[in-house]
Design a protein around this ligand. Structure first.
Ligand code: PMP
Length: 435
């Protein structure tokens, strides 16, 4: 029987990992189990999970309610095509989603990943303007430091500097960018919003929609900005008659302390993308939700229909587990839970503020971010965190956590404590060995 050492070797030789080189010598850990907020490694170590598998596993691993929903659907049918057929899991999930998102949204498109949900949103906006007799409106306005996925349309609206624009230049559609709004704890002189409005003034007749992540910009910098900015952006979209797409793929399902990021600002988008925690992180599924007005105008376009239809659209297993995950979330006082996590994370990360290597500590809902003064991650950081018993995957100069909501009160301080310990240790090692 192959041992974990054998798989690791095969993996190294043949399998790509996210944003990785083949034959990379970057550390890689073999997982043999996961339960609650813990990940079990092949060598027997159990790590406390600070990542919820990239924002998605909100109820933790092996949740009995989600396991049951998935098994029950396997016993009915795992998949049928969605062209010309439908099923109860898709219908019930659409009903539930449309009950909990802003009232402006009336129709659901089930996509197979977050990036695809963003592609669908972009297509919807372009087709909507085609239906409205303005087919020249094919560009998008967004803010810097955004992240919307790795497919081409999505990449084109990611931050032009920390995204992949240079690499794919000549192939990526070019879009309009406004400065990122100031962080919530920075002064706001209004210039970011002014620049945003200027883009609408200058290019409004080419712009199909504005797309942004509400309240927290995730992979483009883990930036928390003020609800007022989002409110003003939504008002400007109305004033300049353009559509508003909110990418709630990372912010949805309670993560920021409100059910969706847009609830912080009482903003109602024309199109909204959800994904990640939609299935409680059990499997891939995303959805693009759209207003009745936009949906109607899409169908007036030359195509007469929305031109997208993936093979695994509305996969019944994914829809069943998503419905169970949303019901599980809503059945508990999730907001109180996230607030408690916010307090614990703020308290646990506060000492990091005193470390010279730390530029900023920011917390919202169950997201905690430590931004370092360096441009890159100090070498060995990931290994040190694993050695400290936690699974935290920093990127660029950001060490951040977004644990499963089921993390226990005694586990959360282990995460924040490990960040502090590892960063302080780094500090003292640096002090001992000046560059
Ligand atoms: N939008 C946002 C805001 C995201 O954070 C992500 C994933 N990190 C995506 C879109 C893309 O989702 P996926 O990885 O499922 O394609």
């Amino acid at each position: 029987m192959p041992t974990p050492t054998d798989w690791l070797k095969y993996d190294r030789d043949h399998i790509w990992h996210p944003y990785a080189a083949v034959h990379s010598d970057a550390p890689l850990w073999a997982v043999v189990g996961a339960e609650g907020a813990e990940i079990e490694l092949a060598d027997g170590r159990r790590l406390i999970d600070g990542m919820a598998s990239w924002w998605s596993v909100i109820h933790g691993y092996r949740h009995p309610v989600l396991d049951k929903a998935l098994k029950a659907q396997v016993d009915r049918f795992a998949h049928v095509m969605f062209g010309g057929l439908t099923h109860e899991p898709a219908v019930r999930l659409a009903q539930r989603l449309l009950q909990i998102v802003p009232d402006s949204l009336h129709h659901a498109f089930f996509a197979d990943s977050g990036s695809v949900a963003v592609e669908v949103a972009l297509k919807m906006a372009i087709q909507c303007w085609d239906g409205r007799g303005q087919p020249q409106r094919k560009a998008f306005l967004t803010i810097r430091n955004g992240y919307h996925g790795d497919t081409f349309g999505a990449m084109s609206v990611c931050d032009p500097e920390n995204g992949m624009h240079t690499l794919f230049q000549g192939f990526l559609p070019s879009q309009y960018f406004a400065p990122a709004p100031p962080l919530r704890n920075e002064p706001d002189d209004g210039s970011a919003l002014e620049a945003f409005e200027q883009q609408l003034q200058r290019h409004g007749d080419e712009i199909a929609a504005v797309i942004l992540e509400p309240i927290v910009q995730g992979a483009g910098g883990m930036r928390i900005y003020r609800p007022e900015y989002l409110r003003e952006v939504a008002a400007l979209c109305r004033r300049y008659d353009t559509l508003l797409i909110l990418d709630e793929i990372a912010t949805g399902f309670g993560r920021t302390g409100e059910l969706f990021g847009c609830h912080h600002a009482d903003v109602e988008p024309d199109i909204m993308c959800v994904g990640k925690a939609l299935t409680g992180g059990y499997m891939t599924l995303a959805a693009t939700l759209v207003s009745d007005e936009v949906a109607t105008d899409i169908c007036r376009s030359d195509a007469g229909a929305l031109m997208h239809g993936p093979t695994f659209m509305a996969n019944p297993l994914a829809c069943s587990v998503a419905l169970a995950s949303i019901d599980l979330l809503l059945a508990q006082d999730w907001q109180a839970r996230v607030q408690t996590m916010e307090q614990q994370i703020s308290h646990g990360l506060a000492p990091c503020r005193d470390l010279p290597i730390v530029r900023d500590v920011r917390v919202i809902g169950s997201i905690g971010v430590v931004e370092l003064t360096t441009n890159e991650l100090p070498p060995g950081l990931q290994e040190s965190l694993v050695a400290a018993g936690v699974w935290i995957r920093p990127f660029r100069n950001l060490v951040y956590i977004m644990p499963p909501y089921v993390i226990r009160d005694e586990q959360l301080p282990v995460l924040t404590g490990a960040i502090f310990a590892v960063l302080s240790n780094l500090q003292s090692t640096r002090g001992d060995n000046p560059p």
